[in-house]
Design a protein around this ligand. Structure first.
Ligand SMILES: [Zn+2]
Length: 119
């Protein structure tokens, strides 16, 4: 088993999540519908979850995005945009700055008398 190097206890995080979401269960007396087991180097725990809580877990997981996930490159479809939204695969620049640069290049090309226009 890989040792957890950061002070993150998944079982404790899940327990805290369940505690945070459970009070809003509209049917607190309904029987549990899911069992979730977690085992890490820090220990293990088994959670019996209501429909309300397992749905909340699923929504939380669905909405998670990796901090490195800055979307797909519009040019090559690559998934490795750096913090400046610059595609590491093809060099395309995205975001506001990329749009401004692309628009400027289009205007310069359209006017035909831009300072950087060779024609
Ligand atoms: Zn790209």
């Amino acid at each position: 088993m890989v040792r957890v190097t950061t002070p993150l206890d998944p079982a404790a995080v899940i327990a805290e999540f369940v505690e945070r979401v459970s009070p809003y269960n509209p049917q607190p007396d309904a029987a549990p519908v899911a069992v979730l087991g977690v085992r890490t180097a820090l220990g293990e725990d088994v959670f019996t979850l209501s429909d309300h809580v397992i749905r909340a877990v699923c929504r939380a997981l669905e909405s998670y995005r990796d901090p490195e996930d800055r979307g797909d490159c519009a040019n090559c479809g690559g998934r490795h945009l750096d913090e400046n939204l610059h595609c590491r695969d093809c060099g395309q620049l995205h975001g506001i700055l990329g749009q401004v640069i692309a628009e400027h290049a289009r205007r310069v090309a359209a006017s035909g008398d831009g300072p950087d226009d060779p024609q």
